[in-house]
Every structure is written in C-alpha cells, then in structure tokens.
Design a protein around this ligand. Structure first.
Ligand code: SF4
Length: 428
C-alpha cells in the first residue's frame, strides 16, 4: 500500500511544502520509501529515497524548491511487486516532448500492464486515458501529472481511496482527507468508483471511465489502514472504529477491570468498547512515539525487537487486573503474542483479547501488504487454536455483520475474511 499526493498551484515554488505536508499526513500508509518530484515548464526536481519524509527533507528545505506542481509518494512494499520508487521516473516518461509522471497506490493485475502505456494514454487525450483505464483490473488509485494537467483516477470497484481538494491557489489530490486537511485545503469530494478527475487551466472536471456499478471498497481501510481523522466517502474512520469497539461489547460482553487498546491500532475501538461496557479505559502500555509503525517494519526479526524498544507496560495500571485488550486485527500473530506476554509479565491477572474485525484468513493481492496464507495466523485455525497461540485467557473476533454495521455500509471487499474474490475477471 502507498500514500499519494499531487498538487498544482498558481505560484512558482509553492508546490513543495504542500506535497511534504501531505506526505507527513499520509506517512502511516508507508514508511519504506518516499519520493517527491516537482515540475514546472523548465525543470524538474526529484528526491527519492528509503525511509520517511523527514529523512528525505531533514532540514525543512522545501521552501527553497522550485515547481508549481508535483507528486509525492510514500510506500510500503514488503510483499508487492511494485518495488520501484515512485513517483515514476519522469525522464523515462518524456512523452510528446513534455515531462510526465505518475504515482500509484495499489496493485494492477493485468499481466500486460505497463506504467508507460498508462502514462502515455493519460498524456494523449481524455478518450485514450478513459479507454486505457477501463481495461485495468485491480485495486488502484493514481495521479498523473505533466506541465499542463493533473489527472486522478480510482479503480472501477472503488477498492482504493483518493479524494480531491481545493487550495487557495490550486488543487490537491490525495489518498485520504487527512492530507487535504493538513494542507489547509477544502475537501471537494472523494472520487467515485471508476472515476477520473482532470485539473487543467484552473478548472476541475470529473469523468466516469467505467460503467461498473458494484462498489467493493477495501473494508480494512476503515479497520486498519486509514488515519482515524480521515473520512472515506462520508464515513468517519474514527466513528467506524469506535462503533467496532461498541459492537464487540454488544456481541460478546466480558467482565474485566480495565479496557485498553493495543497501541496504536486498537485505541479507538477500545474507547468504543469502554463506552459501551462502562468499564474504565486505561493506557496500560506506553508507546515510544519516535519509532515507526511495527507492522510496516519489513524484517520480522527487527519487528519483534521493535516491539520491546517501542512499547513499555505501565505496571501500576496492569498489576492484578483483568484486562480486556482490544486490537484491530491479528495478521501473523507475533505482535499479539508479545503484547499478551508483556501484560502478563507486568502483573496482569487475566488478558482477554478482543479483535475489532473478523478473522483475517486469506491473503490480499489487491490492497494491503500481507504475507501469504500459510503465514496468516487465522488461516485454517479456529478461534480457540489462535487463543492458545497468543496465550490469551479468551479471544473473540467481531462478526462480519457487526463490522458492516459499524462501517454503516455493505459495499465492501471481504476477500481476506470470506475468501470471496471481489473482482470478476470475466467482465473484462
Ligand atoms: S482482501 Fe481485505 S485487505 Fe485486501 S482489498 Fe479486500 S478487504 Fe482490503
């Protein structure tokens, strides 16, 4: 998965800081690589590298960079085939005499897919862009840019999010609304499924390129991926996660002394659980906020080391308590096992784990970077087997119906939960 942002402004030298602010807001979508490319009619400036945005721009030099437009990209790429650094190299994309570039979040499955062909089609004309996009299968959102126009697009099932906003002096496209907010822009709206947006000559126009009507947004954007202060269409990610916690309690009330969230992934659902149960919410683990997101650390050994460097239990809160620990998911199980162990070592009397989504059983080749099924904790295991493996006193997962109620919708991809693949290949 990735975070993408594109900016066009009326003022020379003004794009860089918006892109950088946007990437800071989207950093949760990827911490492995960061790229920024700035463009104007005469030159381009490209900065790409491994790590986070602050390692690419350590001295806040953005104010001195040229360009009235540009793209930014943050990437997580442990299991994905697009391990190229984005935005894609503009020099190779000099089409019809202009520099073109593109950033993608997602995964396009067509065996003959080529970023060059997509970029060329978007450069050529609206009709060619629409025709090329309509042939693509997969979960994707992207931004194309040249010195004259910026084009955003979203896949025909709406699996990946992308939205448009208005700056004082231009426009911004970004994976999530939190990036629009962080640039002080006004949200225009999210792109619809199978839709593209063209920003050219200070105008913004939306076009449908696909007749596909079945929406299948990635439900894990609401569960895990998106930032809680974002909106996906008109659904608040915060409210959805809070309701997941409430539903967990409604479905499976549990006696306990304190409710706590696994940092940071379970915090909002834990607040919802505490509100519904009237059991006090406590911070039982303190997170060192200067270390990156554990799930996004690519090496398993490093990840396990990270957990101890990153998290420290508050013995004062945990000792002799029956703890209800809320997390958003169990992917490989190693983090849950360590967290339960950590709570017990800190003196917890009981640890009851509650997961605010159903079992993650099948690997995702569309949106989320997860390992193959053999490595997924819930693949071919019962809840009781998982409970034993993570060492909890009890374990309960939110039902799929509960998840849909919490998300206030039903138009979601659920392949990782049910095994039902959302894309019908025969349609194309
Ligand atoms: S399989 Fe799961 S993680 Fe992947 S797109 Fe579907 S809902 Fe999202």
């Amino acid at each position: 998965m990735s975070g993408i942002v594109g900016v066009t402004t009326d003022r020379y030298g003004n794009a860089a800081h918006y892109i950088i602010y946007g990437l800071y807001a989207l950093q949760h979508r990827g911490q492995v690589n960061t790229g920024v490319v700035l463009l104007d009619s005469n030159q381009l400036v490209m900065k790409k590298g491994s790590g986070q945005i602050n390692s690419l721009f350590p001295d806040n030099i953005s104010m001195n960079l040229p360009g009235d437009r540009g793209l930014g990209h943050v990437k997580y790429g442990e299991y994905r085939k697009y391990d190229i650094e984005q935005p894609i190299l503009p020099k190779e994309y000099d089409i019809n005499g202009v520099n073109c570039m593109i950033s993608l979040d997602g995964n396009i499955l067509n065996p003959d897919f080529s970023l060059y062909k997509l970029t060329k089609a978007l450069n050529s004309s609206l009709a060619e862009g629409k025709a090329y996009l309509s042939k693509l299968q997969g979960a994707f959102a992207g931004i194309y840019m040249d010195p004259y126009k910026m084009i955003g697009f979203r896949d025909p099932y709406g699996l990946k999010p992308i939205c448009a906003g208005r700056l004082n002096e231009g426009y911004i496209l970004a994976s999530e609304t939190c990036a629009i907010d962080s640039c002080g822009a006004d949200l225009i709206r999210a792109l619809d499924l199978g839709e593209m947006v063209v920003i050219q000559d200070k105008k913004i126009d939306f076009y449908k390129y696909s007749e596909q009507k079945t929406k299948k947004s990635c439900v894990f954007e609401l569960v895990y991926i998106a930032r809680p202060d974002s909106y996906l269409e008109d659904v608040s990610v915060y409210r959805a996660r809070n309701r997941m916690g409430q539903k967990l309690y409604e479905e499976y009330p549990t006696d306990g002394d304190i409710v706590m969230g696994a940092p940071d992934s379970g915090l909002i659902a834990a607040i919802g659980y505490a509100e519904a149960s009237q059991i006090p919410y406590k911070d039982g683990i303190i997170k060192n906020r200067y270390i990156g997101r554990t799930f996004l650390t690519t090496n398993e050994e490093e990840r396990l080391k990270d957990i101890y460097i990153k998290l420290n239990p508050v013995k004062e809160v945990l000792k002799d308590q029956r703890i209800i620990l809320i997390d958003d998911s169990i992917i490989k199980g190693s983090t849950s096992r360590r967290t339960v162990k950590m709570l017990r070592e800190a003196g917890a009397k009981e640890v009851h784990v509650r997961i605010s989504s159903p079992m993650y059983r099948y690997t995702c080749n569309l949106s989320m970077d997860v390992p193959q099924e053999e490595a997924l904790m819930a693949h071919n295991k019962t809840c009781e087997q998982i409970r034993k493996e993570i060492g909890a006193d009890s374990l309960y997962y939110l039902s799929y119906e509960g998840l849909l109620e919490a998300c206030k919708g039903s138009e979601f991809c659920d392949h990782c939960i049910t095994g039902n693949y959302p894309i019908d290949y025969s349609e194309n």
